[in-house]
Design a protein around this ligand. Structure first.
Ligand code: GLU
Length: 307
């Protein structure tokens, strides 16, 4: 069976899992999204794309932006500097938990993919002001997604900004402990905007392909050193699905980074393949229920193995 036909079938097969999740409601704009959408896309090593379902629907990238901003922060500052501000270990807590910030002796975030670590990463992006910092993130994301149409969803941004008090609490806590190196409100503004960039399943799969190829575009152009792509993908494997990361890697066998907009990005470096799914109904950890079902079927069918 053709892979395209398989994707069509597995999307249909996993539709019942939509009922096991709900669209995110803590960001009001996300609560308006139709939960019944489902899409999948695969980018081959040569850049060709196989896709099915709602793969051209625009949705908010949310936490998946954290991988792209980490890559840019590494380019801007180097590995040593970035990891003076955060650890590289799973947190075992929810993405917006404050617990470890208090209990860790140095009060630094456990990793760049939980919210405090991601906000810390955003604070390291270079730029004269918050507008320039966000524009650099957007331009970098467009480049590695090979998609100039990625843009800011203003309504989502305003919604995140209006309701982002837990993110404010996390950031002020770090500032109060003397470990946050930048202005809290300016950094949060950039963070809310980066989470509100609209992507499609296809553009996400292209970003996954970029990381899977070790930081090289489908044209062969190298954008980041291979080492930085390794850091981004290694942390996706260990921390990408929050406190479901271990079970996800065990069940599905590919690294995944989820977002509460319903996307999951999977860079499969061993095969230089980029995969993405989109299903806005998410579970209590924040991960797409039907999206994970599709990835499991795909992984079994293709015998994907990250090692
Ligand atoms: N913008 C969301 C937040 O900060 C991202 C969370 C996620 O996608 O997991 O809460």
């Amino acid at each position: 069976m053709e892979l395209r036909e398989f994707l069509d079938q597995t999307i249909e097969k996993n539709k019942p899992l939509i009922a096991q999740g709900h669209v995110a409601t803590y960001i009001p704009e996300l609560a308006k999204v139709n939960p019944n959408q489902l899409g999948a896309a695969i980018v081959n090593p040569d850049g060709t794309i196989i896709s099915s379902g709602d793969c051209n629907v625009k949705f908010a990238i949310e936490s998946i932006s954290k991988t792209v901003v980490l890559a840019l922060a590494l380019l801007d500052n180097g590995e040593e500097e970035v990891f003076k501000h955060m650890h590289k270990e799973p947190s075992g807590d929810a993405f917006n938990s404050i617990i470890k910030l208090e209990t860790e002796p140095d009060h630094l975030p456990r990793n760049p993919y939980i919210n405090p670590g991601a906000i810390m990463t955003t604070s390291l992006i270079k730029g004269a002001n918050k507008e320039e910092k966000f524009n650099r993130i957007l331009t970098f994301m467009q480049k590695i997604a090979e998609d100039d149409t990625l843009d800011l969803a203003t309504e989502t941004y305003l919604s995140e900004k209006a309701t982002g008090d837990i993110n404010r609490a996390l950031t002020y806590y770090m500032k109060g402990q003397g470990v946050f190196p930048a202005d809290v409100n300016d950094t949060l503004d950039v963070y809310f905007k980066q989470c509100s960039i609209n992507v499609t399943c296809i553009s996400l799969a292209k970003i996954a392909g970029f990381f899977a190829r070790g930081g090289v575009l489908s044209t062969g152009e190298r954008v980041i050193p291979k080492r930085y792509a390794q850091i981004v993908t290694g942390l996706i494997a260990t921390c990408g699905m929050y406190d479901q990361s271990g079970a996800f890697l065990d069940n599905i066998g590919v690294p995944g980074k989820s977002g509460v907009g319903g996307g999951i990005l999977c860079p499969l470096s061993s095969k230089k393949i980029g995969i993405a799914v989109f299903g806005p109904a998410i579970d209590k950890e924040g991960n797409s229920t039907a999206g994970m079902g599709i990835l499991k079927d795909l992984s079994i069918k293709m015998d994907y193995d990250m090692f």
